[in-house]
Ligand binder design. Structure first.
Ligand code: KG4
Ligand code: ZN
Length: 340
């Protein structure tokens, strides 16, 4: 069998990442996180593009070195075209174009949201690849969607958020509690030691498979403000319980919507994707869903949940097999639906 080496480049938000895969197996997956944003409580687009500019050459070099190949061995260069921050996307797009042109290999554009889902097709020992059709709950800092996946590149959005993404719900709640950005992993960490039923928060009322998180965030803010008027140390004294209660409410919402999706479609193969699928509670609840509801669940490896280039490389590989190459005039696109 011929070895097809695909380089993937991801620069849609605040992680600069490069990965090399060979015939669907990951040889390297290098991620440079940008610390610079944490003191601002969110991603600063201008700083993100500058950091990508500084990181991209060493990150790509490291990915190629770790893979044990030379850049001349590459069969194609895949990059994130969108969705994401325009300035950030432009860095990866321009770099990928120049490299592909220099090496005289095909250039392949990748949709970041499709890539989160297609991370499930990375070939690994013991990996559990979902059969078509399956339902994917895509949960990240920018998106919250229930997607029906009929084929690698045939996806249909069954439901999505009408306001904030679930990652934002985690991050904004964390900000209210004075935790650093991004706060999702901190809520997850403190929640492990808390009582999830300590404080009941109201679940939103929206369409069967749609989501809304802005009301929950406001509810949490008012609750905290009220408690702090009674006890100024309320947050520090009850941090674990508050985090556990917030996380419990969010995961309950996600599970309710998945149950609705199964009811509507009859599909019982359920996958999760995106940064929030790193959350330990959603992983725990899904891993027992086969026992409770008869579902077969697909939970990606931790390193393929938050933004990474291995997912870009595997999507690039699947397109490479179909000879779906990009034209060199292609440009980055800040807004791109999972179906585009
Ligand atoms: O997919 P991702 O890396 O970037 C986007 O494309 O948005 O997702 C980032 C989001 C952030 O909101 C972050 O707080 C959240 O994923 N996140 C988590 C956890 N790890 C990352 N949320 C809850 N629990 C976690 N363990
Ligand atoms: Zn993402």
């Amino acid at each position: 069998m011929q070895n097809d080496y695909i380089l993937g480049i991801e620069s849609s938000c605040d992680d600069t990442s490069a990965a090399v895969i060979c015939n669907g197996k990951v040889l390297s997956n290098v991620v440079a996180n940008q610390e610079v944003h944490s003191k601002y409580g969110g991603v600063v687009p201008e700083l993100a593009s500058r950091a990508h500019q500084q990181n991209i050459v060493p990150v790509v070099q490291q990915a190629i070195e770790k893979a044990g190949i030379k850049k001349e061995d590459l069969s194609a260069v895949a990059f994130t075209r969108g969705p994401g921050l325009m300035g950030s996307l432009l860095v990866g797009t321009s770099f990928a174009k120049s490299l592909a042109l220099g090496l005289n290999v095909p250039l392949i554009d990748v949709n970041h949201m499709q890539a989160h889902i297609l991370a499930h097709f990375i070939v690994e020992e013991g990996s559990n690849i979902p059969p078509f059709p399956f339902i994917c709950l895509t949960i990240s800092g920018g998106h919250t969607q229930i997607v029906k996946v009929t084929d690698h590149f045939n996806m249909e959005i069954l439901g999505e958020t009408i306001d904030d993404a679930v990652g934002e719900a985690f991050d904004k709640s964390a900000k209210i509690l004075g935790l650093p950005y991004p706060g999702g992993p901190y809520i997850d960490k403190y929640a492990q030691l808390g009582n999830p039923k300590a404080y009941p928060f109201t679940k939103p009322k929206v369409g069967d498979m749609d989501f809304s998180f802005s009301g929950l965030k406001t509810g949490i803010l008012y609750f905290i403000q009220k408690q702090q008027r009674i006890n100024p140390n309320f947050i520090t004294e009850n941090l674990n319980d508050i985090c556990a209660s917030i996380q419990y409410t969010i995961v309950e919402i996600l599970m309710d919507k998945l149950k609705n999706a199964v009811k509507h479609t009859g599909i019982q193969h359920i996958a999760i994707a995106g940064g929030v699928s790193a959350n330990s509670e959603i992983r725990r609840r899904l891993s027992t869903a086969d026992k409770h509801f008869g579902w077969t669940t697909y939970i990606p490896k931790f390193e393929y949940t938050t933004d990474n280039a291995a997912m870009i490389a595997i999507t690039g590989y699947l397109k490479y097999l179909n000879k779906e190459y990009a034209d060199e005039n292609i440009s980055a696109k800040a807004r791109l639906k999972v179906t585009e």
